[in-house]
Design a protein around this ligand. Sequence first.
Ligand code: FNR
Length: 383
Amino acid sequence: RLAQAMLCLDDFEPKAKRHLPKPLYGYIAGGSETNASLRKNVEAFQTYALRPRILQDVSTRSTETTLFGRTYAAPFGIAPMGISALMAYRGDIVLAAGAAQCGIPMIMSGSSLIRLEEVIAAAPATWFQAYLPGEPERIDALVDRVAAAGFTTLLLTVDTAVLSNRENNIRAGFSTPLRPSLALAWQGVTHPQWTIGTFLRTIARHGIPHFENSYATRGAPIIASNVMRDFGRRDHLNWSHLERIRNRWSGKLIVKGILHPDDAARAAETGADGVIVSNHGGRQLDGAITPLMALPEIVERLGDRIPIMIDGGFRRGTDVIKALALGARFVFVGRPFLYAAAVAGLPGVLRAAGILKAEIHSNMALLGVTTIEQVSSGHLVRT
Ligand code: FNR
């Protein structure tokens, strides 16, 4: 019932803010430093206006689109988000199963708390996102494990050489390792639904949550491990490591976190099957260009060589359509899906996906197109 009361993606956030302990909500909602990129990501869509065509007979239309040889129900999927299972009971599985039911892709995070083998068993089409250090043995071990588990799509996130300065996390009381404290206990007492429905249920099933899929501290409990700070030699990661991964991984390889056309071109030359234009939801380099602004130059440079995807601030069907008109093939959405999973579990995820898909479906009619592929640069003007 709660899920059905949500009318747009933004409706999930205030519910999640009330439902989650303050440090956890703060971790999801926050960006880095001044939050400039976080704000701009959302505002950027106002830089463009849609230019509809009329009298097109839009009575039969479809939001379906193909990507890497698969047909998806809509041109969006769920972005990778770490520690989701602390926000929603078995959050990674809820998100993956919800996406599978809706016919959209879900990317599980390398900073997740549920073993990747368990997630893919629940939803075989799930993609895996890896953080990797510039250490060949650790790269090979994780890539081999992901392959053995049966994943066919691997993302390498490249905008996280070090963890950004997230002072808003500290202000909200989110720390890694998550240290038990009186303040934290008080958050538990004042958010009983989360404490009982998510936290105690998780402890009962899994014990203390562990980072299960990280190269750095595999199997380390969240309350003791320093996985968010212990990046190993992640700041050593360079193009030669991407080449190494490409040689070892035979599935689809996607590079996430690209903002410069030269990097997009180099990723394609190194054998990437796709790129995700992203500033990590405004959580890494503060003041980094918004993905929507970076997109046109990257599209111009890459042409049709490999699919160009994008994430950051997408909240409406019209946002998705604007990115498609600028040449993106696919869009990923982060925070709203995690809020949806936190407040309403699987029905919440289904509802969020349903809302965005329905918006795109009606927006297509109003724009005068019947297929996703018909959305073109002619439908857009810069304001
Ligand atoms: C993220 N993001 C992220 N990206 C990634 O590659 N690996 C990760 O583990 C995480 N973790 C993560 C946690 C949380 C709580 C958030 C909000 C984000 C970034 C994410 O994949 C994506 O790039 C942005 O979230 C997209 O922006 P929106 O849709 O949240 O505005």
